[in-house]
Every structure is written in structure tokens, then in C-alpha cells.
Design a protein around this ligand. Structure first.
Ligand code: GDP
Ligand code: MN
Length: 378
């Protein structure tokens, strides 16, 4: 789960990281109100899960509350990288002298967390890494020892930060690392970390990505979680308790088991098809689960056919077939459905499907070929 800038800044503030004074606004009037409260030049920032907002016109300065209202009305409703802006952060504008980068992420190859500091902030770190990799000071952390003062000095030295910035660096890095650990992050980033004209450091942006598998440990983030679903179908699927990921193709994929579903995506692709989603219904395939799964896949109007891939182990093929038939009997389905059954009592299951609108298949490849042919109209 990704947090929006203002949500990340709320966490930073709790951990003593200096952030500009401000709040989120959903309407231009609210933006004007906040600007009036702050009583200084503010910056109005689009809150979407995308970087490069400045370049896209999603970050604007406003000297007065009226200007803030005007900027907010321009920004709310605009699209940045395909995402609609629904809210803006209105905060005290920073007097930017220099922009730096701080980030912590998990380096899977090294099996360690890595801290990165760069003098080249304000632009995406991926670009710095490509064009000027030497400008990023990096350090792997030993989880048992954490982040030590000498390491902070080393990072500051290697990144060539000016002495005035070095003073505050430790506070930021320690707090960022604490946030990273406490919230089970996979990324915690401040870009830019701003050095102001009067020599203070403030976090002008935040980017936090949390490990979804650890979300249950953070009930305080539940509210953010509900808000963060960008895709309405994914949001609905998760409400229904399904493991669903939307993709951009036209063949709906349903299977039992994450590994099987991933393989199904690959095989469909190899046969020339384009998967519309990932949906794992887990063990069993009772009629109600099948109904829910098909209904969810069909929420995506791009779907022109469905491939149901069931590997029967404990799940019996004839039970699956019965569930499928029961499900489609109650639904108005206009797209072809191919069902691949294998494993326990698969032959009996396929027999049950004969004469129905469901197309049976004995192997995954055969099923993939059939659905691709049906969808592509061959
Ligand atoms: P991102 O590009 O989407 O990550 O958005 P950022 O929050 O990092 O802002 C992008 C750029 O906008 C920053 O690097 C700054 O140059 C500029 N910016 C952001 N906040 C302020 C501000 O308060 N004052 C000024 N003058 N510029 C800002
Ligand atoms: Mn940024």
C-alpha cells in the first residue's frame, strides 16, 4: 500500500520530522480556508500516487487565500499519469535553497535495508541513479545494529552535503529509519529534503510504501487503506474477499492457487491472448464462490471471455463442474467461458459440462488455446 504525501507527512510529524504546516483539502474553498489559517504563501499540491506532479502542473504556489482557491480549482479534477486528483495538500511554501534526497528501501539482493542520501534531490532518484550514480551515497544496514551515528556521518560525507545540512541529517535519517521499521515499510523516501534560506531542513515531500502483508499490524492505517484503492474494481474485489489484480487485457482469468493463476497468465499470453486480471479463488469452488468470482471479473467491461483453470486435488472435478453450472444458471453471462479441469474426478466433471455453454478443456494449454480462439474470433 502506498501512502499519499500528506498521509506520509502526518506520520513524519509524529516522529518529529519537520514538515511544513498544512492540511489536505477536498474543495477550493477548503484550500482557501487553510491558506488563510497559514497566513503566508502556500503551495497547493495534487495528492495522487504519482511522482512528477510539478511538471504535470499539479504543484502551484499561492500568495493569498484567493489564489489558493484558484490554484486548487485548477488542480482538483485534473489527471496526472491517468490518476484523477481528488484532493490537494495546502501547506506553507518552503523557501528552497537546495534540494536533497533521503531514502530507505529493502535491497533484496543484499538481504538488507539500504539507506541512500544524495545531494541531487528534487528529481526522481531513478534518473540520478542512471545519469550520475556516484552522486548517491549508499549504506546497507545490519538489522541487529541499526543505524549508527558514524554511519550517518559517513553518508553525509560521501554525499557532499554542506556543513549546514549535516547538522540536521541525523535527526532525519534516524526518524526515517524508525518510521521504516515501525510501519513495516518497503520504501520510505523524502525527496526533496529541503534546505531553506535560513539553514533549516524540512521534508517537502514524502513517499511511503508499506508491506501489505504487515498491514494488520497497523490498524491506525485502515482509514488510509480504504482511500488508497485507485482501481474501483480492485477495491470492490477486495471488499468481496477476493485476491484480484486488474490487468489491461481482455481475457478474465480465474484459478485456485496463486501459482496456478500466475502460470495461467503466462500460458494465455504465450497462446497470443491478453489477460484482463489475476483472480485466485483459493481452495474449493463452491457455486457461491464461483458466482462471486465470475461477477467480479465481469465488472471489467474489457473482458470478452473467461478462462477458469481449476487444479483438483482436494477439490473434486465434479464438485467444481456442479458449482460452475449452478453459478452460470443464476447469471446472465454473455461471454464464452472455458473451464479446464484436472485432478480428482476431472473426467466426471468434464462430462457434466457437456451440453452446457461452458467449454471444457483437459489441459491448461488446450484451455488457453480455446479461450484465445473464442475471444479473438478465430
Ligand atoms: P513530485 O515531483 O511529484 O515528487 O513532487 P514534490 O513534492 O517532490 O515537488 C516537486 C518540486 O516542486 C520540488 O522539487 C520543488 O522544486 C517544488 N516544490 C515543492 N514544494 C515547494 C514549495 O513549498 N516551494 C517551492 N518554491 N517549490 C516547491
Ligand atoms: Mn518528490
Amino acid at each position: 500500500m502506498k501512502l499519499l504525501e500528506y498521509q506520509g507527512k502526518e506520520i513524519f510529524a509524529k516522529y518529529g520530522v519537520p514538515v511544513p504546516q498544512g492540511r489536505v483539502a477536498f474543495t477550493p474553498d477548503e484550500a482557501a480556508e487553510i491558506a488563510a489559517e497559514i497566513g503566508k504563501t502556500v503551495v497547493v499540491k495534487a495528492q495522487v500516487h504519482a511522482g512528477g506532479r510539478g511538471k504535470a502542473g499539479g504543484i502551484k504556489l499561492a500568495k493569498t487565500p484567493d489564489e489558493a482557491r484558484e490554484m486548487a480549482s485548477q488542480i482538483i479534477g485534473m489527471e496526472i499519469k491517468g490518476l484523477r486528483v481528488e484532493r490537494v495538500l495546502v501547506e506553507e511554501a518552503a523557501d528552497i535553497k537546495e534540494e536533497y534526497y533521503l531514502g530507505i528501501t529493502t535491497d533484496r539482493a543484499a538481504r538488507r535495508n539500504i539507506v541512500m542520501v544524495s545531494k541531487e534531490g528534487g528529481i526522481e532518484i531513478e534518473i540520478v541513479a542512471e545519469e550520475n550514480p556516484a552522486a548517491i551515497a549508499k549504506l546497507h544496514l545490519d538489522p541487529a545494529i541499526g543505524l549508527q551515528d558514524f554511519q550517518i556521518r559517513q553518508l553525509g560525507f560521501e554525499s557532499n552535503l554542506p556543513p549546514v545540512a549535516l547538522k540536521g541529517l541525523g535527526t532525519f535519517l534516524k526518524a526515517l529509519y524508525k518510521v521504516y521499521l515501525d510501519y513495516d515499510c518497503s520504501l520510505a523516501e523524502i525527496n526533496p529534503l529541503v534546505l531553506t534560506g535560513d539553514g533549516r531542513l524540512i521534508a517537502a515531500d514524502s513517499k511511503i510504501v508499506l508491506d501489505d502483508n504487515a498491514l494488520f499490524r497497523h490498524p491506525d492505517l485502515a482509514a488510509f487503506q480504504e482511500e488508497q484503492e485507485d482501481d474501483p474494481i480492485e477495491a470492490e474485489a477486495h471488499k468481496r474477499g477476493l485476491t484480484y489484480v486488474r490487468l489491461d487485457g481482455d481475457i478474465g482469468i480465474i484459478g485456485n492457487g496463486a501459482g496456478l493463476v500466475m502460470t495461467t497468465l503466462d500460458v494465455v499470453k504465450r497462446e497470443g491472448g491478453s489477460p484482463a486480471n489475476f483472480l485466485d479463488i483459493g481452495g474449493g469452488a463452491k457455486a457461491d464462490v464461483v458466482t462471486k468470482a465470475i461477477d467480479t471479473v465481469l465488472l471489467d467491461k474489457n473482458v470478452k471471455g473467461i478462462f477458469f483453470n481449476i487444479f483438483g486435488g482436494i477439490t473434486r472435478g465434479d464438485e467444481v463442474a456442479k458449482g460452475m453450472l449452478e453459478a452460470i444458471a443464476t447469471m446472465d453471462i454473455k461471454v464464452p467461458i472455458v473451464v479446464r479441469l484436472t485432478g480428482t474426478r476431472a473426467a466426471e466433471g468434464l462430462k457434466l459440462l457437456e451440453g452446457s455453454t461452458l467449454v471444457g478443456a483437459a489441459t491448461m494449454q488446450e484451455g488457453a488455446q480455446k479461450i484465445v480462439a473464442l475471444v479473438n474470433g478465430a
